[in-house]
Design a protein around this ligand. Sequence first.
Ligand SMILES: Cc1ncc(COP(=O)(O)O)c(C=O)c1O
Length: 337
Amino acid sequence: MIDFRSDTVTKPTKEMRIAMMDVLVGDDVYEDDPTIKELENLAASMTGFEAALFVPSGTFGNQLAIMTHTNRGDEIIVGMHSHIKNYEVGAAAVLSGVSYHIIEEMLGMMPLTKIREGVRGNDVHYPDTSLICLENAHGSGKVLPLEYLSEVRNIANQNDLKVHIDGARLFNAATSLDVDVKEITKYADSVMFCLSKGLASPIGSMVVGNQKFIDKARRNRKLMGGGMRQVGILGACGLISLKEMTKRLKEDHKNAKYVAEQLSMIPEFDVDFEHLDINMVFVKSTIDFVDLKEYLIPKGIIIGGYKGENLRVALHNDVKKEDIDLLIKYIKEYLNK
Ligand SMILES: Cc1ncc(COP(=O)(O)O)c(C=O)c1O
């Protein structure tokens, strides 16, 4: 199947499968796994932080960062459409005992005035605001500009708050801005980024921060059941993700633009060019995407279509230009049937 649903569907590359066979491993709870140490050192140095921690998933990494930055009863500032607020099962309330101050994003950004207004003052009735969570790249397909990150950092500094970036697609954001990833991460106290999305690892994410934060996070990771043993098996893939796969994301972005151009020529489709910064294309239409999805499955193509919702086409390592041409061909065939 050619799978356009998400970049999470990427399969580990042949190089990753070979690397997994011979990799050196040890018990990582004893901090004995040399491959995980290498991966964590590389992740820290690439993002400009003192230390890093391998975690099982992006959700785990975000929640670990929230738990490590906050005290129970705190309030955290999050975007209304953010993954942390919307798609992590309300975990911050369950695991860390924090509540959310929710702000609607515009083009992926929570307006700065709303963030300022959202910071609680010193009043016996109020919870403490302790953390601002950003998402870069944002799930809407937007990349947050560096000037915006700098402004959010200023607000955080003025109010003694921490900044966490959900960077599930951090390297896509850096690729889109054409900057070193450190230009983004320097505005945060912690960043989570995924190895298992566009970077094609089968499992795993990284949390990066200063040494004190990562030491505390290591203990919290154990509390959350995320202490893993011979996990260098996955670390071998993570190293390839960081060394090799980060370099090819521009191809996915180019393919996304190609899909957008092709789909925009179809009168029934309204392509959202404003949210086209990374490897995702969003399309509105009056046609029933569920029906289209069913039509495409026997042709060997899978899309994520939901009635009344936007179509999202995700580009990644397992989708080539010829696959896109097939998708366009069959969509046109479907509309003319
Ligand atoms: C922006 C964002 N953050 C976090 C996650 C969570 O990652 P995981 O599925 O590995 O838990 C995702 C997953 O798609 C995501 O898109």
